[in-house]
Ligand binder design. Structure first.
Ligand code: 5GP
Length: 109
């Protein structure tokens, strides 16, 4: 696929990853909406929530365990934090991704 996240995952566009596993990458949002704004992105191309099936069960568990790890790493547990997945017209990059937002909000995403 040719979306920006696929290109980053294939390392065609240089990007420093905060975390990488066989299935996921994590890096900061280029245009942060909060003090902490990280993107957790499956390497496998899924267009969005609409492409999730029971086959992605393990992937979803891995995503939320990485969220948990990041919450600890960024000291968010005693702070405000939220996980957001945009869909439909609220989604701008057509590759499933999870936003982890923490601390003070700058804008609505
Ligand atoms: P969406 O609206 O699809 O849920 O969110 C897409 C997010 O990806 C936006 O918050 C946007 O700032 C971020 N984004 C788009 N292109 C890039 C990029 O090239 N690098 C990074 N780090 N973030 C990006």
């Amino acid at each position: 696929m040719d979306d920006i996240f696929c290109k980053i995952i294939r390392k065609e566009i240089p990007k420093e990853f905060i975390y990488e596993s066989e299935n996921l990458v994590v890096f900061p949002d280029i245009n942060p909406s909060a003090d902490t704004h990280l993107l957790i992105i499956p390497k496998k191309h899924l267009g969005g929530i609409q492409d999730l099936t029971k086959e992605n069960k393990d992937l979803l568990v891995e995503i939320y365990s990485v969220v948990n790890m990041l919450v600890k790493q960024y000291n968010l547990s005693g702070n405000l934090y939220r996980v957001v997945v945009n869909g439909g017209k609220a989604q701008h990059v057509p590759h499933l991704h999870f936003h982890l937002l923490g601390g003070v909000w700058k804008k609505f995403i």
